[in-house]
Design a protein around this ligand. Structure first.
Ligand code: YK8
Length: 176
């Protein structure tokens, strides 16, 4: 896998989870920026294992003119229960439905939020491109190349939006 985001933020672990994995105004704003539309998300639901699951469906805008303007996607998220208090681990599997070769691959993003102090946490995202069936070598390198560049771009922007959120939050705290 690859790590595109690994950073300590001046945001508590609980708040970070709330920003990224609930219907927060941060999520809504970030979706608008990324041109993610028609988003529907189910609430978190507890499984027999004790983990929580939820599914999101949305349409993503794609900047690559060779691929098309947009694609529908489904994201299955699992929030693991067996983690230390104040830590969060979420696996997100992203399946696209309208890009070429979409039936061959999906993306797995593992988000780890670890508490580093009362007001600080580390956010780390480990990403993997997974194959459901093996494509021809040239196709595979094509899928990899396009996936890594799209994912890198996405997490760079997520990082910069989180830094902005952090600045606003801590500004507010100083003014109070
Ligand atoms: C999530 C990975 C690949 C996909 C895309 C596929 C091109 C295939 C090209 C052919 C368009 C929000 C991406 C980037 C779409 C966006 C996905 C996002 C950013 C010719 C082989 C959507 C995180 C995420 C994970 C995977 C990304 C796709 O929260 O290149």
């Amino acid at each position: 896998g690859r790590v595109y985001l690994n950073k300590v933020f001046h945001i508590s672990a609980e708040k970070m989870f709330e920003l990224l994995f609930t219907d927060s105004s941060f999520t809504q704003r970030f979706m608008t920026i990324r041109k993610i539309t028609n988003a529907s998300l189910d609430p978190w639901q507890r499984e027999g294992s004790g983990n929580m699951k939820r599914t999101m469906n949305y349409t993503i805008a794609i900047s690559n003119p060779l691929i098309g303007k947009c694609s529908r996607a489904t994201e299955n998220q699992t929030l693991f229960k067996d983690v230390p208090e104040g830590h969060y681990m979420v696996d997100a599997e992203v399946f696209t439905h309208d890009v070429p070769y979409h039936d061959y691959f999906y993306t797995q993003n593992r988000y780890a939020i670890t508490r580093s102090s009362r007001r600080k946490c580390r956010l780390r995202v480990l990403t993997d491109v997974k194959y459901k069936k093996q494509p021809w070598g040239l196709v595979k390198s094509f899928i990899n190349k396009n996936s890594w560049s799209g994912i890198e771009d996405y997490f760079k922007q997520l990082e910069s939006e989180l830094l902005e959120e952090e600045a606003e939050m801590n500004q507010g705290a100083r003014d109070a």
